[in-house]
Design a protein around this ligand. Structure first.
Ligand code: NOJ
Length: 537
């Protein structure tokens, strides 16, 4: 899979259009070495779960959260070497083998690119902090204290506390948008841009199909370090104004688009590769990160409004409609319903909603990013099960527990002691659910198969039908003559639907959360609580 033309759909769309991407948190997926920590060989050994085998999910790509050497202050999002594999995950040769094994089954592999910051242990930063006149000094953002000795600005870091850390030995503050152990790179320095381009090229040449680009909206800050004003109004994306301030000067600066254009230019040198931006922003802002359709910024960017939405008809409707209305023409929304930073859907929205949440993720128009373990309904660990003190100071251990392959004590994840506890693996495991047609795993498989087998669901347009019933979301996906009606009852009561505007008398069940099948008349159609159906009209 190295030629661009092997990467496109027959329709001419790029391979990633409408793709299903599976997110793997490498530490927690599968441990082949027996040290209790997931690794690359473990991932390779479990590819049959994902693609190319009977009973596989049928996803198009995997995205690996960071696999690079790191002192683990932020579990790999603090990189100490951009061009190697952390020893606990394996070697470069293991990664090469994994890429090859993925490609052999038509599966793409994306890595995580963390361009905003490095670890304090990265040799660039070690040199940078060593003295004010080290050539690497300007690779990071250093500033003098204000006259009264305070930090250069009032900016707050994403994980709490000020964004500035005092470095006594060189007598200046350095900036960090996340943990103090993650100093921000200075993207105004062309040498930084060049170094990151080199790192990207290193992985592209090994066959990596793209990157999920971490925290990009924090890559550039105001160069005059102006104080952020107080938060004016709550953002659609809660937490954006962390510390009660509007991050006007510290996040989402206009110059960030120069950074993205640079990353895109590097990527375009390698045909068929994709960049997926991560930015917790309202979708109207996100559309700029997609270059407003100009093709010189990200191919894709996560729209987190669905993930962050309360499970209420009005909020979900808004998330869907804002996404459709505000993405630039020709672009693809990118949805996730969880990730390694957020509580799992079966925890956040409740286990009753895991099936309808899966339906939303996979039947809406867009790219769907599925976090490993959600397909078996894994839930977050209770606080009393988790290590104290936690591994992750920001409190995200609960959603990072090991993948549950079977019901054994270590859930088939490891022959050793798993680095985080196993949570209720009795029925939430792959082995038990694989052959149970009523399981959540079987539903995920059916949803993905329906999507892969239908031009309307994979690549088609989307048009909502409103006021079908109080708690029902309804939309039609269409491509050519093919029309698929999607219906989701997000409420707790049965709902009788008014489907006159679907312009059809009946529909053939393509996939259902409920076990319904066959041809169903639309008149008087009543959905059970938490029921969702996709009907071929
Ligand atoms: C977003 C990542 O998903 C998160 O895990 C990390 O802590 C921050 N970016 C900082 O890199």
């Amino acid at each position: 899979m190295t030629e661009a033309d092997e990467r496109a759909h027959p329709s001419g769309d790029p391979w990633w259009a409408g793709a299903v991407v599976y997110q793997i948190y490498p530490r927690s997926f599968a441990d082949a070495s027996g040290d209790g920590i997931g690794d690359l060989a473990g991932i390779e050994a479990h590819l049959d779960h994902l693609s190319g085998a009977d009973g596989a999910l049928g996803v198009d790509a995997i995205w690996l959260s960071p696999i690079y050497p790191s002192p683990l202050d932020d579990f790999g999002y603090d990189i100490s070497n951009y061009t190697d594999v952390a020893p606990e995950y394996g070697t470069l040769a293991d990664l090469d083998r994994l890429i090859e094994a993925c490609h052999a089954r038509g599966l793409r592999l994306l890595l995580d690119l963390v361009p905003c910051h490095t670890s304090v242990e990265h040799p660039w930063f070690v040199k940078s902090r060593s003295s004010r006149d080290n050539p690497k000094r300007d690779w990071y953002i250093w500033a003098d204290a204000r006259e009264d000795g305070s930090a250069p600005s009032n900016w707050t870091a994403a994980f709490g506390g000020p964004s500035w850390e005092w470095d006594a030995s060189s007598g200046q503050f350095y900036l960090h948008s996340f943990y103090p152990e993650q100093p921000d790179l200075n993207w105004r320095n062309p040498a930084v841009a060049e170094a990151l381009a080199d790192a990207m090229g290193f992985w592209f040449r090994r066959g990596v199909d793209g990157f999920r680009v971490d925290a990009i909206f924090a890559a550039i800050k105001d160069d005059r370090f102006r104080d952020n004003p107080p938060e004016r109004r709550p953002s659609v994306i809660p937490g954006l104004g962390g510390g009660g301030q509007d991050p006007l000067w510290s996040l989402n600066r206009p110059e960030v688009h120069d950074v993205i254009r640079h990353l895109r230019r590097v990527t375009d040198e390698y045909p068929g590769r994709v960049l997926v931006g991560e930015a917790y922003l309202p979708v109207e802002e996100l559309s700029i990160y997609l270059g407003r359709g100009s093709g010189d910024e990200f191919h894709l960017a996560f729209n987190f409004e669905l993930l962050l939405s309360p499970w209420k008809h009005l909020d979900l409707t808004l998330a869907i409609e804002r996404s459709e209305a505000l993405h630039p023409p020709g672009s693809w929304p990118t949805y996730a319903i969880s990730n390694h930073d957020k509580p799992r859907p079966a925890t956040r929205w409740g286990p009753d909603r895991a099936r309808t949440a899966a339906f939303l993720l996979l039947m809406l128009r867009g790219v769907a990013v599925l976090y490993a373990g959600d397909e078996i309904g894994m839930v977050d660990a209770d606080a009393d099960l988790l290590p104290d003190p936690p591994f992750d100071r920001a409190g995200r251990d609960a959603c990072r527990t090991p993948m549950q392959w079977d019901a054994s004590p270590a859930a088939g994840f490891s022959t050793g002691e798993p680095w985080l506890p196993i949570v209720d693996a009795g029925t939430r495991n792959v082995e038990v659910q694989r052959n149970d047609p009523t399981s959540l795993l079987a539903l995920y498989r059916a949803l993905i198969a329906a999507r892969q087998g239908s031009a309307a669901l994979k690549l088609g347009e989307q048009r909502s039908i409103f006021e079908v019933a109080a708690d029902v979301l309804a939309w039609v996906r269409s491509a050519g003559d093919e029309r698929v009606l999607a219906l989701v009852n997000v409420g707790e009561a049965a709902q009788r639907c008014d489907l006159r505007r679907a312009n059809a008398a009946s529909g053939q069940v393509l996939v259902a959360t409920s076990g319904r099948s066959g041809c169903i008349p639309l008149e008087g159609l009543t959905l059970a609580p938490h029921e969702a159906l996709a009907l071929l009209l």
